[in-house]
Design a protein around this ligand. Structure first.
Ligand code: NI
Ligand code: MN
Length: 228
């Protein structure tokens, strides 16, 4: 599989069988690279309605066959915007399509559209790939104890976790999240985009040393791709 980081919380995943997934499609964020794959994507996942996550979905999704997977309230918004292939779901459920599974899990945050309208509950996603490897994209979240359930039920091998503080977990909380989740690989996200996101990779690495974990922190520069 290939994972590309587009800055902030935006990731592209290409699965072993070539399915293309984009998560939190803010491809015009202040850190995004010059070269961004604008699609078509098979699936676009949205964790919540805040502008830095809903992002450029309307631009990317129009006139394409991408399935947009989001919570019910965001699906309704997308349908109203003329995007017909919006799949609405809710927390706790799994959407199986072919040999991929998208499970919506809780996030401890808020969710409203840029105009202030209610955006449903915020969420994270567990993406279970063809080879049964699971990836956890936590969305925007504070630390919550039920991350232990996410470990128990889905045992994600790879976790994308916010570390930027202020609106989401900071380094201290994200390190504890790793203790709960025990992923093999953690890729930090949602830091450095704006000055107020003060959490740094250096501090996260310091905090994580307090736990005796065998995990690899992979820090991706925006635009950087890894093959796993
Ligand atoms: Ni948010
Ligand atoms: Mn955010």
């Amino acid at each position: 599989m290939k994972i590309t980081f587009y800055g902030h919380s935006c990731f592209k995943i290409i699965t072993e069988k070539g399915k293309k997934i984009l998560i939190d499609p803010w491809i015009t964020n202040p850190l995004s690279p010059k070269e961004v794959d604008t699609g078509p994507y098979d699936f676009i996942l949205i964790t919540h309605a805040h502008g830095d996550h809903l992002g450029d979905v309307l631009k990317i999704a129009k006139n394409e066959n991408s399935e947009i997977i989001a919570i019910h309230e965001i699906q309704q918004y997308l349908l109203n915007q003329g995007i017909s292939k919006a799949i609405g779901m809710n927390i706790g459920g799994t959407y199986q399509v072919g040999d991929l599974r998208f499970t919506m899990v809780p996030a401890l945050h808020s969710s409203s559209f840029p105009d202030g309208k209610y955006g449903g509950a915020p969420c994270g996603f567990i993406i279970t790939l063809e080879n049964e490897v699971s990836i956890y994209h936590a969305g925007d979240t504070g630390l919550f104890y039920e991350m232990k359930l996410i470990k128990e039920l889905y045992s994600p091998k790879i976790a994308f976790l916010p570390i930027g503080d202020h609106y989401v977990m900071g380094p201290k909380e994200a390190a504890k999240a790793c203790d709960f989740l025990r992923p093999e690989i953690i890729i930090p996200m949602h830091y450095g985009t704006f000055p107020i996101l003060t959490g740094t990779v250096e501090n996260f690495e310091k905090e994580i040393k307090k736990y005796n974990l065998s995990l690899t922190i992979i820090v991706l520069k925006p635009g950087e791709e890894i093959t796993l």
